[in-house]
Design a protein around this ligand. Structure first.
Ligand SMILES: Nc1ncnc2c1ncn2[C@@H]1O[C@H](COP(=O)(O)OP(=O)(O)OP(=O)(O)O)[C@@H](O)[C@H]1O
Ligand SMILES: [Mg+2]
Length: 205
């Protein structure tokens, strides 16, 4: 399949649905190792992003992702707003065609991961959203075509793995060892983004 503008729109809509549904869970996780605003931040920004991309006047994947980036950047706030904003912006800049094939899509995820790392001055293993984006990128790089189950399963297991990690970036790092035994809120919201992507791909067959 080719990933088209309508798929990108569905991705953002589904991501928003999941974030609204799990808003309190994200906030609760952030209350444990952060300041308790992650669910509220994400729900505000993704609702706005979903509304905007649903208006139906965006003609290609880069346009949909660029619109999402702008909205997420300005409406989510906190640390995650600029990080997710950068991820979507880098994805939009990674491709020029209105519809993208699998290899191009993997290039988009690679660009997003690079953008988050650069913006957050962070690496793998610091108990952040990177610990979901990086394994998903690695798994996708080794595959030949869109694989909905691979994306969801990789995002799920890597999100779970943040529980054992000690945070060295973001507010959770203030807790040092006490950040252990809790899932990272940004890793969980990233899981929902990839679960939404997986479901978008699955519907396409
Ligand atoms: N430097 C970083 N690099 C990558 N991800 C990060 C970084 N700092 C925070 N994060 C991610 O952002 C999530 C927290 O997002 P949230 O919107 O709650 O920001 P915040 O920490 O409350 O920001 P602020 O302190 O500015 O209010 C973390 O769970 C983590 O996944
Ligand atoms: Mg927070």
């Amino acid at each position: 399949m080719k990933f088209e503008a309508q798929h990108a729109v569905q991705w953002i809509q589904k991501a928003n649905d999941k974030i609204q549904e799990h808003k309190d869970e994200l906030t609760e996780l952030d209350r444990k190792i952060g300041d308790g605003d992650h669910g509220i931040n994400m729900a505000r920004g993704f609702q706005e992003a979903a509304d905007e991309v649903s208006a139906g006047d965006l003609s290609g994947v880069p346009d949909v992702l660029k619109q999402t980036a702008t909205t997420v950047m300005s409406k989510v706030g906190g640390a995650s707003g600029p990080l997710y904003g950068t991820a979507f912006l880098k994805m939009s800049m990674a491709v020029k065609d209105e519809a993208v094939d699998y290899k191009q899509f993997v290039g988009m995820i690679e660009a997003a991961l690079g953008g988050i790392k650069q913006r957050g001055k962070s690496e793998e293993g610091e108990k952040t959203m990177i610990d979901v984006w990086s394994p998903v990128y690695e798994a996708m790089k080794d595959a030949d075509d869109f694989d909905a189950a691979l994306i969801k399963d990789t995002a799920s297991s890597s999100m779970e793995a943040t529980k054992e990690m000690t945070a060295t970036k973001g507010r959770a790092s203030y807790l040092k060892e006490r950040s252990k035994d809790h899932l990272d809120p940004g890793a969980v919201s990233s899981y929902y983004l990839f679960e939404a992507l997986s479901e978008t791909l699955k519907e396409e067959g």
